[in-house]
Design a protein around this ligand. Structure first.
Ligand code: GTP
Ligand code: MG
Length: 209
């Protein structure tokens, strides 16, 4: 799939402020600073679309970007940003949990994981929470350019080993770099496929009878 058009639609501080749930959407979640906003920019070939920052905690709202006029990419605030007040952290957690549980048009949730690190407790906790709430997710390993090929393979293998202690099967996963655009085509093809499948599942009034 090619992204021909990507436009910022709106920011919301809760699910109630999101666009009307009429189009399929794909959301990016993960620790603060893992590279969610950068990945959206990489997919859309526009470094000014989502705001990025070397300082964690940049994205604090739900941001919708309308793609090719018919689906959304959603940039969510990061979890686990320690250097903020408890009340802001709790507010952000509520935004994230509410969105993930209640957004009816969310087709896929992508949990982003830093490809340089062993599986972090906070990522594990979030994925377990998804499991408990029956929210399927895929994994995106970010910042692949910051590893040697050998390190990358070793790190991912270690994370997978940890995941297999929790689940019988591994979720779909993608290895990406917003720096050198690795993984772009695979991810967009997956999104395109999931979007088509989701649209097929929409039951028209005629079919309901
Ligand atoms: P919050 O909004 O704070 O939750 O962070 P985020 O997950 O949106 O991270 P963001 O995209 O703002 O990126 C954080 C930092 O990591 C920035 O300095 C980016 O330039 C850098 N970064 C993100 N992705 C990559 C990548 O693939 N490679 C490299 N080398 N740097 C990256
Ligand atoms: Mg961000």
């Amino acid at each position: 799939m090619i992204i021909k058009k990507a436009i910022f639609k709106q920011s919301a501080s809760s699910i109630f402020g999101c666009p009307k749930p009429t189009l399929p959407e794909f959301a990016f979640i993960g620790r603060s600073n893992v590279g969610k906003s950068s990945l959206i920019n990489m997919l859309c070939d526009n470094n000014k679309l989502a705001k990025t920052s070397a300082t964690p905690g940049k994205t604090q709202l739900i941001n919708h970007f309308i793609i090719n006029d018919n689906w959304y990419l959603v940039d969510l605030p990061g979890y686990g940003f320690a250097k903020t007040s408890k009340s802001i952290r709790e507010k952000i957690e509520t935004i994230i949990y509410d969105y993930c549980k209640k957004r009816e048009t969310m087709v896929c949730l992508f949990v982003l994981i830093d490809s340089r690190l062993p599986l972090q407790q906070i990522d594990k906790d979030f994925m377990l929470w998804c499991g408990k709430n029956h929210i399927p997710f895929s994994i995106i390993y970010t910042k692949a350019d910051k590893n040697s090929k050998g390190e990358l393979a070793k790190n991912i293998k270690n994370v997978e080993k940890e995941l297999l202690k929790l689940w019988e099967e591994l979720p779909n996963s993608f290895v990406t770099s917003s720096e050198n655009k690795n993984g772009k085509e695979d991810l967009l093809d997956f999104i395109n496929f999931q979007k088509d499948e989701a649209q097929k599942r929409v039951i028209t009034p005629d079919e309901e009878e």
